[in-house]
Design a protein around this ligand. Structure first.
Ligand code: SF4
Ligand code: SF4
Length: 348
């Protein structure tokens, strides 16, 4: 099935918890490496074979322990390319298995040289608790991973009964999945195909290369429950979107803060609360007016979030406006509550 959405809605709401005002997945993202066999031109993390950024395995073990204590039930391993560290994945899988936690991996599938090799590895990981593969393929990835190799991964996953979420991004007038695989072949997988977001390496592409929706400002709110995600350098972000790795929404650092403190930071972050409830379409035009700049077109809500996060002046201004707005929103809420109570008291 192909979901032509701007941002995948692949999160299962039942697999999330409400903390304060935010809905948060029970999956904790752990980006154990920033090394990758590829250097895709849309990579939000600037991953490459030369990048040696890593979370040491002892640190991952500590995080998994805290995650278990906090109530997370699943770890989402991502990178970089996690399968470059296959032995470490097996070690971490064993720890998760002991804790009765499951895990997912994000991969570009480079290692699926043939179906049998892929099945052997998938079965090994599955026996430790692998439940979903988040597999990425598109025109940018195809420069480094052959469509045939990626197809092996999809076939092997199906034969091993491991669920696949296929994530794919396209430039305007660029190739789409249908240019590599038939619809009939893809029908057995959950496919999320969406325009490339202008983040990371994609910022080097000319603005005309991106596909924009009709509205200049993306309508809608932050599109998913939040998924706290620990980057390879220890910094923690509230989501695993390609647009989510900005200073504005950094919510802690696992090297200095406990996971409990970090979860408290998410809960108390008014910016996150606001964009989950209201999105950007009301405040951004006002701030552009106040600061006297012209708003660019945005690919999606996440693209707008990235724009804010990458512009400290805009981020600081929007946070001030949100504080003011939420104060009056709260006062109005309390007034309404008092009024409602009065009416109920009078009617008794
Ligand atoms: S997009 Fe994925 S496969 Fe491509 S360089 Fe980045 S981490 Fe590697
Ligand atoms: S809107 Fe921001 S916080 Fe929400 S998913 Fe997108 S990048 Fe993450």
């Amino acid at each position: 099935m192909i979901y032509n959405e701007i941002y995948p809605q692949g999160f299962d709401l039942a697999h999330s918890i409400k903390i304060g005002n935010s809905r948060i997945t029970k999956t904790l993202g752990l980006l154990i490496t920033n090394t990758c066999n590829a250097t895709c031109d849309l990579c939000c993390k600037f991953s490459s074979p030369k990048d040696k950024g890593r979370i040491p395995i002892e640190e991952s073990e500590k995080v998994i322990h805290e995650a278990k204590e906090y109530g997370f039930t699943q770890i989402g391993f991502s990178g970089g390319e996690v399968m470059l560290h296959y032995k470490e994945l097996l070690e971490l899988g064993k720890i998760l298995n002991n804790y009765e936690m499951t895990f997912t991996i994000a991969t570009n599938g480079y290692w699926a040289k043939d179906v049998e090799i892929a099945k052997k590895k998938l079965n090994e990981l599955k026996s430790l608790g692998l439940v979903v593969i988040l597999a990425s393929f598109d025109e940018s990835h195809s420069e480094f991973i052959k469509a045939e190799t990626f197809r092996n991964l999809l076939i092997a996953s199906k034969e091993c009964n491991v669920e696949v979420e296929l994530h794919s991004a396209y430039y305007k007038n660029g190739k789409k999945l249908k240019d590599y695989f038939t619809e009939d072949f893809l029908k057995d997988y959950k496919v999320y195909e969406s325009p490339v977001i202008r983040a990371g390496r994609a910022l080097t592409r000319p603005i005309e290369d991106f596909e924009y929706p009709d509205e200049k400002l993306p309508v809608g709110t932050c599109p998913t429950p939040l998924q706290p995600t620990i980057n390879y350098d220890g910094k923690v972000y509230p989501c695993c979107s390609v647009a989510g790795f900005t200073k504005n929404i950094e919510i802690g650092n696992i090297k200095n803060d406990s996971l409990f403190d970090i979860m408290g930071n998410i809960k108390n972050d008014q910016f996150l609360y606001y964009i989950q409830k209201f999105g950007f379409s009301k405040l951004l035009p006002k701030i552009a007016d106040d600061l006297n700049f012209e708003l660019p077109a945005f690919v999606s809500v996440c693209d707008a979030c990235y724009f804010v996060g990458k512009n400290p002046k805009v981020a600081s201004r929007i946070r001030k406006e949100i504080d003011l707005f939420l104060q009056s929103y709260l006062l109005e809420f309390i007034d309404n509550l008092i009024e409602k109570n009065k009416i109920e008291c009078n009617s008794h």
